[in-house]
Every structure is written in structure tokens, then in C-alpha cells.
Write a protein that binds this ligand. Structure first.
Ligand code: UD1
Ligand code: CA
Length: 474
């Protein structure tokens, strides 16, 4: 039986010199994913039988990243013959000989292409029994890109690269987007006959158009009115442009899904973030990684959440959190710094100027002000007084602190780990808790207060303090 239908080839062998980066171009990120991961995702949306990526520059790093994101991808190494045509020729030689379906060709550096557009392109290609279909666009400034050549009737006659184009051809504003669908057999025979006699000494994939036409195959360029779909990233300015556009698209998608987003320009949402309807995202908020937000939550302003899970109706403002889980109805911030391993139970609170790390805080428990909670388990309905420090580090090792249910830790305590405070206890203000506290007790170790009367008049005569004391009748 022949392997039918669809293969996708992703070109990623180029160097990306203009990025001026030690990181391969296709591994630069927008929307929380590498450029190549976006392209792999668009390819996966077509449910192809095979995805083949062509690599050369920094091949180990690039192929590792590809396989990390899409383990079923076939990696093909480009040889010393340069050009997009050579890259595709090597890629399709990795297909089974009897594969007679369509081959979609994408660029690893054009991250905004989407599955729906590709699907339409493939459908039209098959319905019209073409040998080559490509996505084109009309650009006001087509400089640097391949131009689509058409005859008087509008039929495509070929593609010419800028460097090989005549003066007249350079005035053509319809450009080649570098996204194609081919019939495998027609592509293979066209590439076999293409040479490198051109301004760049490369084997051009674009030369396949004229070759297929001369063999009697049908070629069509479908112009898109959305130039971002084909926008390639060649330098850091284009990286930022593509990132901003991707973000605008993601924000719009969430708005259409029922999320209130006040200021799209200052709201940054990664591609993998999920947000339920009837949530509100306030200005200056960054939602990153695999963050998920349940219905009714209000996030922001000026909040960054990385790989966080946020429960329904949570309120998180002016805070930063990574790898944290927030229960329903929690209140967080302003100015909380929430580090990995924090879990805040339903209706719990982490308040102003509180830092937490590896801390499980039970339902309804509160750490309202100016505290550090590290390596701790706190039960339900407990309150941690203002300015309390969980001293988890003895200079060599980290230790754990356990605080039970319905505990009232006084203000400005230091809990020296490892230590356990049982259910239903109080600790007095200023306590340094070094020993376990049994259930139902009050722990205190602050020295009793002494008031030395007349001390100010004796030791600080003539000061404003002494005058105030005198006015008070002392
Ligand atoms: C290519 C097209 C041009 C089109 C433009 C759209 C050719 C000859 N020209 O030009 O008509 O307007 O894309 O962006 O195809 N690559 C390889 N191996 C190579 C060379 C390139 O894998 O030997 C990869 C690159 O990494 C990149 C993609 O192919 O992902 C496109 O290569 P690039 O050099 O950017 O092509 P352009 O000159 O921009
Ligand atoms: Ca390019």
C-alpha cells in the first residue's frame, strides 16, 4: 500500500546571520515558544503523515529543540549544496518511494502561519489538481523577496529572486511568501533538473515553478490579504514585530472567548496560556508558559504569572508568581513574590510584601503582610502575623516548618526550621520559635517589659522628647 496524503517539510538549515546571536535563529522565542515550535504546531494542525525538518547550521541544537517539541519529526541534514531547492530535495528523498501525496513546504523562521490557512491552501491545491500552489502577498515594499511572474492572462509563469530580477521585474509587488504545496512526483522531477546558475549560486526551490510549468503541470499563487502569515524573522526588530503581532492575535482570541482585556498593548499572553470566560486581565500583565486561569479571576495590573494555575474568582494584583497553584477565591498582592512550589488553598491570602517558596498554605489561611514563608506546610484557617520569617536555612541545609490548623502566629515571629506548631495554638508577638509547640498552647519567649520611669528626663535632657514628656506631666 502506498503512503498517501500529506507530508510537511520545514526548512531550518539557514544560519540567520542577521540575528547576530549565538542562539540559532529558529530557537529565538515569541509567545513563549521558539519560532520553529510555532511552525511545527501549524504543521501538526494538518495531521500530516510525516513532518521532515531540514537542518545544517548548529544542527544538534536545532534538531534537539525540534524533537523536544515534536518527537515524531524526521530530521534531515542538508549537505554542502546551498539553497531552498536542495533542502527540499533532500527532505523528500526521506519519504517512502511510493509516497504520492502532497508536500507542504514551510520556513522555520516564519512563525505566524496557521493551520487553517495551510488547510485551505492544501484543499485548493488538491481540488484544482495542481502540481504547485504557493501563498503570495502584495507588498508595498517587496525588496529582498522573490517576485511572482504572471503572463497577460494572469497565469503564473515563474518566480524570480530579487538578486536575479530585472529592473522591470523588481517593480512587481506580488511576492513569494515561501509557503508551498507540491505534488510529490512533480516536485521531485523538477528539483532533479534545477541547477545553481544564479546570482546566489544556490539551488532555488522557486525555480521549480517554471520547471513544473514546462512539464505541463499547473502552478498557482494564491494571494493572501494577511501579510503577517508569511512574515519571516531575519533580525531582532522583525522578531519583536512578529512577537507583537502574535500577541495581538492571542489577545484578540481570548477577548472573543469572553475574557476582558483592557489594554492589549501592555498585556502579553503566551500561546499555551488558557483563560476561562468572564475573567479580567488588567494592564501590564504577563501570562506566561502553561498558565491557566479559571472563570471570574481578576489578574493585574502589573502582574507576571509563569506556569501558574489560578482558581475561579481569584484576585492577584501587582505580583509575580512562578509554578504556583492558587485556589478558588484567593487574594494575592499587591507586591507579592511567589516562587516555585507555592500552593495557596481556597480563599487563602498572600498579602503585601510577602515572599513564598515551596509553601503549601491551606484553605482560608492568610499570610497578609511583610513575611517570608519558605519550605513550609500551613494548615487551614491559620493566620501568620505581620513580619514573620520562616527561617528555613541553617547556612548549610534547608529545613521544613509545619504549622497546623487555626493557628495564630503573632507578629514578627521567627520560626526556626525544622519546627512544628500544632493545631489550635497561639504564639506571642516577637516569638522566636525554636521548639515544637503542642496543640492548644501559647508559645512565648520574649523578655517581660520593664518601664524605667523618668529615664528620658535624666538621660536626654533638653531634647524634644524630654519636652514632650514634661508637657505630659512627667
Ligand atoms: C526565499 C525564497 C523567496 C521568498 C522568501 C520568503 C528561495 C530561493 N527564495 O528567499 O522567493 O520570497 O523565501 O521569505 O527559496 N534554508 C535552508 N537551506 C538553505 C537555504 C535556506 O533550509 O540552503 C531555509 C532557511 O533556513 C529559511 C528558509 O529556507 O528557513 C528560507 O531561506 P532564506 O535564505 O531566508 O530564503 P530567502 O532568500 O529569504
Ligand atoms: Ca528569509
Amino acid at each position: 500500500m502506498s503512503e498517501r496524503s500529506l507530508a510537511v517539510v520545514i526548512l531550518a538549515a539557514g544560519q540567520g546571520t542577521r540575528m547576530k546571536s549565538s542562539l540559532p535563529k529558529v530557537l529565538h522565542r515569541i509567545g513563549g515558544r521558539s519560532l520553529i515550535a510555532h511552525v511545527l504546531d501549524a504543521a501538526a494542525g494538518l495531521a500530516p503523515t510525516r513532518v521532515i525538518a531540514v537542518v545544517r547550521h548548529d544542527r544538534d541544537r536545532v534538531s534537539e529543540a525540534i524533537l523536544d517539541h515534536a518527537p515524531d519529526t524526521t530530521i534531515v541534514d542538508q549537505d554542502e549544496i546551498p539553497g531552498t531547492g536542495r533542502a527540499v530535495e533532500l527532505a523528500i528523498s526521506a519519504l517512502p518511494d511510493d509516497f504520492d501525496g502532497s508536500v507542504v513546504v514551510l520556513s522555520g523562521d516564519a512563525p505566524l502561519i496557521d493551520s487553517a490557512t495551510l488547510d485551505r491552501l492544501v484543499r485548493g491545491h488538491i481540488e484544482d489538481r495542481r502540481s504547485m500552489t504557493l501563498l503570495s502577498a502584495i507588498y508595498d515594499n517587496p525588496t529582498g523577496l522573490g517576485r511572482i511572474l504572471r503572463d497577460a492572462d494572469g497565469g503564473v509563469t515563474g518566480i524570480v529572486e530579487e538578486k536575479d530580477a530585472s529592473e522591470a521585474q523588481r517593480r512587481i509587488t506580488e511576492i513569494n511568501g515561501g509557503i508551498y504545496v507540491f505534488a510529490r512526483a512533480a516536485l521531485q522531477s523538477a528539483l532533479a533538473g534545477i541547477d545553481t546558475n544564479n546570482a546566489q549560486g544556490e539551488k532555488y526551490l522557486t525555480d521549480a515553478a517554471a520547471s513544473i510549468l514546462s512539464d505541463g503541470g499547473a502552478v498557482e499563487a494564491v494571494a493572501t490579504d494577511d501579510p503577517w502569515l508569511i512574515a519571516g524573522v531575519n533580525d531582532r526588530a522583525q522578531l519583536a514585530d512578529a512577537g507583537r503581532e502574535l500577541n495581538a492575535r492571542i489577545v484578540r482570541e481570548h477577548q472573543r472567548g469572553g475574557v476582558t482585556i483592557q489594554d492589549p498593548a501592555t498585556t502579553w499572553i503566551d500561546a499555551d496560556v488558557s483563560i476561562e470566560p468572564d475573567t479580567e486581565i488588567l494592564p501590564g500583565t504577563h501570562l506566561q508558559g502553561a498558565t491557566s486561569i479559571a472563570s471570574g479571576a481578576v489578574i493585574g495590573p502589573d502582574t507576571t504569572l509563569v506556569d501558574c494555575e489560578v482558581g475561579a474568582g481569584a484576585r492577584i494584583r501587582r505580583s509575580e508568581a512562578t509554578l504556583a497553584v492558587f485556589g478558588d477565591g484567593v487574594e494575592v498582592g499587591p507586591f507579592a513574590f511567589i516562587r516555585p512550589g507555592t500552593e495557596l488553598g481556597a480563599a487563602g491570602k498572600i498579602g503585601a510584601f510577602v515572599e513564598t517558596k515551596n509553601a503549601k498554605i491551606g484553605d482560608g489561611s492568610k499570610v497578609p503582610h511583610l513575611s517570608y514563608v519558605g519550605d513550609a506546610t500551613i494548615g487551614t484557617g491559620t493566620n501568620i502575623g505581620a513580619g514573620t520569617i520562616f527561617a528555613n536555612y541553617d547556612g548549610v541545609q534547608k529545613h521544613h516548618t509545619r504549622v497546623g490548623d487555626a493557628v495564630r502566629v503573632g507578629s514578627k515571629n521567627v520560626l526556626i526550621a525544622p519546627v512544628a506548631i500544632a493545631d489550635g495554638t497561639y504564639t506571642a508577638a516577637g516569638t522566636v520559635v525554636r521548639k515544637d509547640v503542642p496543640a492548644g498552647s501559647l508559645a512565648l519567649n520574649v523578655a517581660p517589659q520593664r518601664n524605667i520611669e523618668g529615664w528620658v528626663a535624666e538621660h536626654r535632657p533638653g531634647t524634644s522628647t524630654a519636652e514632650a514628656a514634661e508637657r505630659a506631666g512627667e
